[in-house]
Design a protein around this ligand. Structure first.
Ligand SMILES: NC(=O)c1ccc[n+]([C@@H]2O[C@H](COP(=O)([O-])OP(=O)(O)OC[C@H]3O[C@@H](n4cnc5c(N)ncnc54)[C@H](O)[C@@H]3O)[C@@H](O)[C@H]2O)c1
Ligand SMILES: CC(C)[C@H](C(=O)O)[C@@H](O)C(=O)O
Ligand SMILES: [Mg+2]
Length: 352
């Protein structure tokens, strides 16, 4: 097949990990007889430096016309001034909203060869295989009003947690559909004892659940969920939750797998290109050293093959290449290995 992939490497380690994922995609194309065409676009701090904005309308339009978008990460200390009017993260939020990708799938698996890479006890990590479905284009990130002003002579700031019934329904429905093809359990995470948005979320989730009688639904408060994720992670199958809760819980979940550098994600909408990105950030502490773990981005490329290009065999082949590298501990220092970012991909390509 012919496919057009827009690359938005971004800042810090973003370009380092996207380059390796692109090498792997090229290997898939060569082995299976596909043609992948790429264009590369600025996003985040590098776009601010060049254009004064974190994502130009032209770059967004290019991403919207692609079959899929593969992103690295945005941000870094250079652009961290809390007084700045323009911030790298705005580019990422504009891209997500502009693509309409409301469901962010973040799979969390523990590889048996990496049990010692996690600070959690190995017996607790056995059988961990879950996916967090994070709502991505609503909630606290996008609610209005939002911003800063002065009230009674005092600096004042507001963020609004906001959801409509349909915004909740579409993401929860997707979570139930995923659970039907997995262990048939959905854990809906909210803060219904305090937040009105969470009570709406719960009501909608209960209504949607009636359409999926084969799937067990449990509700869990987010504070409890953050504890259970460490105490009994294998008890989860599909977790569905609000934008901010999902952001925080998945960084926590990355420790089950062993490193922030391991977790991929797929962001999907009703139609149009999907957005694929590792869950980690631009990692300024290791940027430029060539030691960033490329696996989260390579697994994101596998999800791109699966969901946007419908190339299941190719996606599985890429995942298998990652499995082999992990099994052999052909890894970067975050997993106790000695290889560089590109050497990890070299190893996978040799086995591919
Ligand atoms: N999706 C994104 O673009 C995204 C996500 C999170 C944070 N950020 C931004 O990134 C910047 C840095 O944020 P942070 O330091 O809080 O989070 P981070 O995820 O960049 O880094 C957290 C820790 O994890 C490590 N880490 C992350 N990715 C790794 C990888 N692939 N291999 C090995 N180690 C890895 C880092 O070295 C660091 O110690 C901030 O500007 C933040 O806004 C962007
Ligand atoms: C950089 C930031 C806006 C982003 C988010 O919160 O969504 C990041 O933390 C992520 O997890 O992708
Ligand atoms: Mg995050």
């Amino acid at each position: 097949m012919q496919a057009y992939i827009a690359l938005t490497p971004g800042d810090g380690i973003g370009p380092e990990v996207v380059a390796q994922a692109q090498r792997m995609l090229d290997a898939v194309a060569a082995r299976y007889g596909h043609t992948f065409r790429y264009t590369t676009h600025l996003i985040g701090g590098c776009s601010i430096d060049q254009h004064g904005t974190a994502l130009t309308d032209e770059a967004l339009a290019a991403c919207q016309s692609a079959d899929a978008v593969l992103l690295g990460a945005v941000g870094g200390p250079k652009w961290d001034d809390p007084n700045a009017a323009v911030r790298p993260e705005q580019g990422l939020l504009k891209l997500r909203k502009g693509l309409g990708v409301f469901a962010n799938l973040r799979p969390v698996k523990v590889h048996h060869a990496l049990l010692d890479a996690s600070p959690i006890k190995p017996e607790v990590l056995k059988n961990v295989d879950m996916v967090v479905v994070r709502e991505l284009t609503g909630g606290l990130y996008f609610g209005s009003p939002k911003g800063e002003d002065v009230v009674n002579g005092q600096a004042h700031a507001v963020d609004t947690m906001e959801y409509t019934e349909s915004e909740v329904e579409r993401v929860v429905r997707l979570a139930f559909q995923m659970a039907q093809n997995r262990k048939k359990k959905v854990t809906s995470v909210d803060k219904a004892n305090v937040l009105a948005t969470s009570r709406l979320w719960r009501r909608v989730t209960n209504r949607v659940a009636a359409d999926y009688p084969d799937v067990t639904l449990e509700h869990m408060l987010v504070d409890t969920a953050s504890m259970k994720l460490i105490a009994s992670p294998a008890s989860f199958d599909v977790m569905v939750t609000e934008n901010t809760f999902g952001d925080i819980l998945t960084d926590e979940a990355s420790l089950l797998a062993g490193s922030m550098g391991l977790l991929p994600s797929a962001s999907l909408g009703e139609s149009g290109p999907g957005l694929y990105e590792p869950i980690h950030g631009s990692a300024p502490d290791i940027a430029g050293k060539g030691t960033a773990n490329p696996i989260g981005t390579i697994l994101s490329a596998a999800l791109l093959l699966r969901y946007s290009l419908k190339l299941e065999v190719e996606a599985a082949a890429l995942e298998n290449a990652v499995e082999k590298a992990i099994h052999a501990r052909a890894c970067t220092p975050d997993l106790g290995g000695k290889l560089s970012t590109s050497q990890v991909a070299d190893y996978m390509l040799e086995q591919f």
